[in-house]
Structure formats: C-alpha cells, structure tokens
Design a protein around this ligand. Sequence first.
Ligand SMILES: [Zn+2]
Ligand SMILES: [Zn+2]
Length: 233
Amino acid sequence: MTPAIFPIGLRISTAYLLLGSRAVLVDTGCPGEEQRILRALKRYNVEPERLALVLHTHGHMDHAGSTRALRERLRIPAAVHPGDAAKLRAGHSGELIPLRLSSRVLKWFLDPRFPAFEPDLQVEEGYSLQEFGIPATIVHTPGHTPGSLTVLFEDGRAIAGDLMMGGALGGLYHATEPGYHYFAEDFDELRRSIRKLLDRGAKTIFLGHGGPLDGARARERFAADITGLEERP
Ligand SMILES: [Zn+2]
Ligand SMILES: [Zn+2]
C-alpha cells in the first residue's frame, strides 16, 4: 500500500499526516495549535493509538511549537535530527539568519520561543521510518538549520520542511513556484542540500510554507545556484 500524505494547514505553516500501516505526524505548527491538529487526526479517522511518532523537519517555533502539548495528550515519541535537538530542549528557534532584506523585517514579527521538550529519538541520514509503519527514509538536508531533514518516499514524494519555500508571502501566493525560504543558517549548505535532494530523485516536494513543488521545476529554478558547488569533506 502506498502511504498517503495529508497536509494539515495551520496558522503560518503546514504539518503533514503520513498514513501507512500506522501514522506519523510531521511537524506541529506554532504553540497553541494542538487542537487543530487533534481535529485533523479525527477528520482522517486516526485513533490516537495508531499515531506512532511525531517527527520534526527542524527545530523552529512554527514546526515544533505544539509538540509538548500533543505529547502530553497522546504520549507519542518525538523525533528530531541531532543537529536541532538543542533547539527543542531550549524551546527556542535560535538565531534566524535572514537571506533577504524583507526577511530582516519579518524577523521582528516572529517570537522564537515555544514550549521546550526533550526529544525521545534522534534520527540521522538513512534512518528508515518502516518501524513506524511508513516506508520512507530520512535524508539529512541541513542549511536552513543544522538539523533540517527531509522525509523521502521511494516514489519521489518528499516532505522537506523549510529547505525551500513555495510562492510569495509564506506560500500565500503562487504556492507552487519554487523559491528560497526567508532564513538560512548556512546558505552554501542549503544549496548543497537542495542539490542532494533533487539528485536523490525528489519529484513532488511538500513544504512547511507553500508548495508542493515539482522536482523538475525546482531544478530549473535553482540550477544556476546549485551547479559547481564544492562538496564539503
Ligand atoms: Zn524554519
Ligand atoms: Zn517554517
């Protein structure tokens, strides 16, 4: 059975519900969005016992904000890449480094704090979600943050968090137009990660803001920025 990917539209970001033999929730939005997520689970007839894991694409406020509240309600383990574990423990997105001038303005509107929690599981490159009922693999795609990750399915569907952004104003307009997110802690690494994901065969890329993106169009959009990048040892 091909697992289904259901987007859960939240206030400023999108979480995803993966349904296979069990269910995995990818990201939890901002603080205070747990009720919206619980309602979405109900809508898709996912009993709390079926939910096996909450996985974070990265440790930002708008992706891990409601995890503590959900974990208290549902008692499910929370997973993150080791590179972003400290953000979850601190309940703080860390410094947001703007890529563009407009992001410098946006930065003032985003409170980086969220309810802190200790991750139960750290997942790295190549980790399989099979034990949680989802035949997909973790690809480490750092740059936006050091511990940013992508969930990649064999058929080329990918959930890439904030590796890229779709459209303008956080995906409000032209959502399927590939672009960069407002923030990146390491822009070179980000571009290497985009190339890595496209080289690994990502065809439909689901994002935290806007999307989904078509892999071929993303390659066109980023081609000039991702060719000729030196591999990091
Ligand atoms: Zn982010
Ligand atoms: Zn985000």
